[in-house]
Design a binder for this molecule. Structure first.
Ligand SMILES: [Zn+2]
Length: 251
């Protein structure tokens, strides 16, 4: 029978906590760094974007850590508190005793935050929702789905601008022919179209799989495209309206 202080019992406890929390909240490590304290404190904290309040914050340990060494692996789990909003989180770290380094590397951080899927309000709602969905897909590393949604956003914009042809390749060219987009924007739109094709079909016959860099670039191109199509004209119209408005008389 295991005692409460046995190493096997403790590592089982850490795993139980990790599994229970991960089922509630997906892991959140992309915007957080682990903070190591001198070894005698036997605690860890974290710094980075708070999943609760979105502030870049420091997460200080509250209470002692759950710590266990098993073989050459040393795991530690610490409850922490955001210094901006005072809400709690959980940090899990790991180090290898064979490395000679007393610092822990970040394994997990809970709870998960939420993706920044904000899109400028001047982008029509249906098109904005396409891009928002792409951003949420990117956040969960669904790269293929992300680029497919970007392709959909570009085609939604073509439909919104009343391009005649039903084929996206021709719709993009038509946008350029009619002067709605510049040559570089046309090239970007075609890159999004081709990236979307890669994401939507098995990678053979000239298609390739979609990796993180692809998704990031396609999302950036899509954002720039929509910015030029919808956001800049709205900003220009607002400025022109402002200049045309009667100026207050000076004394
Ligand atoms: Zn916070």
């Amino acid at each position: 029978m295991l005692s409460m202080s046995s190493p096997l019992h403790m590592i089982t406890f850490i795993e139980i906590v990790r599994q229970a929390v991960s089922e509630l909240w997906p892991c959140y490590t992309s915007d957080v760094n682990i903070v190591n304290f001198p070894p005698q404190f036997q605690q860890i904290g974290a710094s980075g974007t708070c999943p609760h309040c979105k502030a870049v914050s420091l997460f200080v340990p509250v209470g002692g850590a759950c710590s266990i060494a098993m073989g050459t692996t040393h795991d530690i789990c610490n409850a922490v508190q955001c210094q901006a909003c005072k809400k709690f989180a959980l940090v899990v770290g790991r180090r290898m005793s064979t490395s000679g380094d007393h610092n822990y590397g970040l394994v997990d951080f809970y709870p998960a935050g939420s993706p920044n899927d904000a899109v400028d309000s001047n982008v029509p709602s249906g098109i904005a929702e396409d891009l928002r969905e792409a951003l949420r897909c990117r956040w969960v590393k669904a790269y293929r789905a992300a680029v497919v949604m970007c392709r959909r956003a570009i085609q939604s914009a073509c439909v919104d601008k009343e391009m005649a042809d039903a084929k996206l390749q021709n719709q993009i060219d038509e946008m350029a022919t009619k002067g709605l987009i510049t040559e570089p924007l046309k090239q970007w739109a075609h890159e999004v179209r081709l990236g979307g094709n890669d994401g939507a079909h098995p990678y053979k016959d000239g298609l390739k799989d979609v990796i993180e860099q692809d998704a990031d670039e396609i999302i950036q191109f899509t954002g720039e495209f929509l910015h030029h199509i919808y956001v800049m004209p709205a900003a220009l119209a607002a400025r022109q309206a402002s200049r045309a408005a009667p100026k207050p008389k000076t004394a």
